[in-house]
Design a protein around this ligand. Structure first.
Ligand code: FE2
Ligand code: FE2
Length: 204
């Protein structure tokens, strides 16, 4: 087995709570399954899944100070509602504590809580795997999203981002502007696709 995977698992098992470690393994395996389906390098997907929550070994109220210490630039919104910051801090830790240099892995970890406009394939795989992994049991749409993720990754991404926004809005919870921007980007992409499809139909 790949030495790095063994090393990372041992380290994460020591640092994370049991339930967080189980979630980590499940996300990692789900990333690999999606990578198989969509033709992405399996080991990169596995590593992204393994390390995505590595910053969760620290308490949430320490994220801002830790980000500032490591000179990770933060927006005012991120400082005000730091829950999503474990993604940014996690990407820094993946690079500086686990030695990951691959930009696609680091980027996917950095945006796994909020998404971002123009997500790449690994960004999508990790974001979706984090939502559908086997230990998740709260969201009503999980069975549908688990199926959809393997049928149409872009539609699954759109439905999960939309559902997350609706969930946060209904409960009056803080919405990070990047989540909103991600949603608006996906809506505009879908509109462009409809226009392109219509133009294609007319040309037939
Ligand atoms: Fe996370
Ligand atoms: Fe996670």
């Amino acid at each position: 087995m790949n030495d790095f995977i063994v090393y990372a698992r041992k380290k994460l098992k020591k640092k994370l709570s049991e339930s967080r470690y189980e979630h980590t393994l499940s996300v990692s395996y789900t990333c690999v399954c999606l990578a198989m389906r969509y033709g992405y390098p399996l080991e990169k997907a596995e590593i992204a899944g393994l390390l995505h929550d590595c910053a969760k070994c620290y308490p949430e109220d320490s994220y801002v100070a830790r980000c500032e210490k490591h000179k990770i630039p933060l927006t005012a919104d991120e400082k005000a509602a730091p829950a999503v910051l474990h993604a940014r801090l996690g990407a820094w830790m993946a690079q500086h504590r686990y030695g990951i240099q691959d930009e696609e892995i680091l980027n996917a970890i950095a945006c796994h809580t909020t998404g971002k406009p123009g997500m790449g394939l690994l960004d999508k795989i990790l974001y979706i795997a984090d939502y559908i992994e086997i230990r998740r049991d709260k969201a009503e749409n999980l069975p549908a999203m688990r199926r959809l993720a393997f049928e149409d990754i872009d539609e699954a991404l759109f439905q999960i981002v939309k559902g997350t926004l609706t969930y946060l809005q209904k409960r009056g919870m803080h919405i990070d502007p990047t989540t909103q921007e991600t949603y608006e980007y996906l809506v505009s992409q879908r509109k462009q696709q409809v226009i392109a499809d219509t133009a294609g139909d007319n040309g037939r």
